[in-house]
Design a binder for this molecule. Structure first.
Ligand SMILES: [Zn+2]
Length: 467
């Protein structure tokens, strides 16, 4: 009798457990959907819910970190709302537009801008009166004066600049040129979208470029990880030949007998070709991938994947070229800025972000973004200190010394000249960071097809930040 009863209760228990399990599975999927998937689902332009939201909510404003309005609404003579961008060309790529499809912050935060956290009483009143509710406003991490400094520092027709606060990942400025005026994008759509200059492309985040000598940061780090030392020496006679491939240093300058640090500061292609040939197979790729090459980044904006390719058994010429940033490697300015920011932040790579907080239309905080790390301990503290020492010497005695000769702050960086066509025309790069003891900033600049120096632009951006 007792056995039977036990059996029965075991069965009941089993059924209860099965139901409990099913309930928990369902509940956790619902949570997962609400937390992880729903934003993507809601942001999908094909989602009919967006249309419904647009009918009931007046799109929120987008503001800079100091309150400067970057996007707001105005009413035309037919009493229809339209979007206004008071800063014109200055923020066009990063903020985006809404009147010819969508892009930038407007696109990535579409559902947030169409969600209203107005006081419940106001919402009820609006609903009864058949009026629209006011959508939430986004306060971005963008600093208008730094954005202007970046915009002005891109002295070429085409280029990009990006600035990140290393300890938080806040994107302080993000500029791409040529720019366009989002207020008149509808009128000028044909000329803008058909231009061979890829005007709509946000070069800071989606432009893929050969990294040139800025890649020597990755090669030097690989060498240290492969058992090399900062005191190892290399001889440079201005050029170096393996088989029928010859590498030249800039202006065929002979750098002589130099340590790794000196070779880095002088951006010696001969030394870095020798380093590349000496590396254990796969280490350059592993190091690049540690630094987020070949990885998709899930950020609050689109960022292209930076690409590193170097298979096993590559030719010596390919290995040599890859070691100093030619070859098949392609990077975004964002990626190179994140590498500098990681070094500045003692080896932890913070997740870059643009939306700092959300406020309701009454100015009350709805949500603030907490900085999060994208990857911690990317670099050991020893690697950080060695990379800092090398990047500091670029600015004090190396290829960027003349750009930074008047600096009142402590700067670190790496210059680059990247050939992008058979005619050997070049882009100019600088990636680095600077501190004045209180604040730190990471900056990356690329100037396309130029003989100007991106290091001069980076200096101006950093100087503007500390003044
Ligand atoms: Zn050299």
């Amino acid at each position: 009798m007792r056995d039977k009863k036990d059996n029965k209760s075991t069965r009941y228990l089993l059924i209860i457990y099965i139901f409990l399990f099913l309930f928990l599975a369902l509940a956790s999927y619902l949570c997962y959907f609400l937390v992880v998937k729903s934003d993507k689902f809601v942001n999908n332009a094909y989602n009919p819910r967006i249309n419904a939201m647009e009918k009931n909510v007046i799109r929120g404003e987008i503001r800079a970190s100091d309150g400067t309005v970057l996007a707001e609404n105005a009413t035309n003579s037919n009493n229809e709302l339209y979007r206004v961008y008071p800063q014109g060309k200055l923020f066009s790529h990063v903020v985006g537009y809404t009147n010819k499809g969508m892009s930038g912050i407007e696109l990535y935060n579409n559902s947030l801008l169409l969600t209203s956290h107005e006081f419940i009483g106001d919402r009820v009143k609006n609903d009864v009166a058949g009026k629209k509710n006011y959508g939430d406003n986004l306060i971005t991490t963008l600093d208008p004066s730094l954005q202007k400094a970046c915009y002005d520092a891109i002295t070429t027709e085409k280029g990009a600049a990006i600035a990140i606060e290393p300890e938080s990942g806040k994107i302080l400025a993000e500029v791409s040129k040529p720019s366009f005026d989002p207020n008149t994008i509808s009128e000028n759509w044909d000329s803008i979208s058909n231009s061979s200059d890829s005007i709509l492309l946000n070069r800071a985040t989606s432009g893929l470029y050969p990294p040139g000598s800025t890649f020597k940061i990755v090669t030097a780090l690989s060498y240290l990880r492969d058992g090399g030392s900062m005191n190892d020496t290399f001889d440079c006679h201005g050029s170096y030949t393996e088989g029928n491939y010859t590498v030249h240093c800039a202006h065929n300058e002979s750098h002589g007998h130099q340590t790794l640090k000196m070779a880095f500061a002088n951006s010696c292609n001969v030394a870095f070709s020798k380093i590349g040939l000496s590396l254990s197979e796969g280490i350059l790729k592993d190091t690049a991938e540690d630094l987020m090459f070949n990885k998709k980044m899930n950020l609050d904006q689109h960022v292209s994947k930076s690409l590193f390719r170097l298979g096993d058994e590559e030719s010596k010429s390919t290995i040599m070229a890859t070691s100093f940033g030619q070859g098949q490697t392609l990077v975004t300015p964002m990626e190179m800025c994140m590498i500098s920011a990681t070094i500045a932040n003692e080896g932890t790579m913070m997740k870059p972000y643009l939306v700092d907080s959300i406020e309701n239309s009454n100015g009350e905080n709805v949500k603030t973004t907490s900085p999060t790390s994208l990857k911690s301990n990317v670099l050991t503290l020893e690697e950080v200190s060695e990379l800092k020492e090398m990047m500091r010497s670029v600015v004090t005695n190396g290829t960027a010394r003349s750009s930074f000769r008047n600096a009142t702050f402590e700067a670190y960086g790496k210059t680059g000249t990247a050939e992008f066509n058979a005619a050997k025309d070049t882009h100019s790069w600088f990636t680095g960071f600077a501190t004045d003891g209180n604040k730190t900033i990471a900056v990356c600049v690329i100037l396309e097809d130029t003989t100007s120096y991106a290091s001069n632009s980076a200096y101006k951006i950093m100087a503007s930040y500390f003044n």
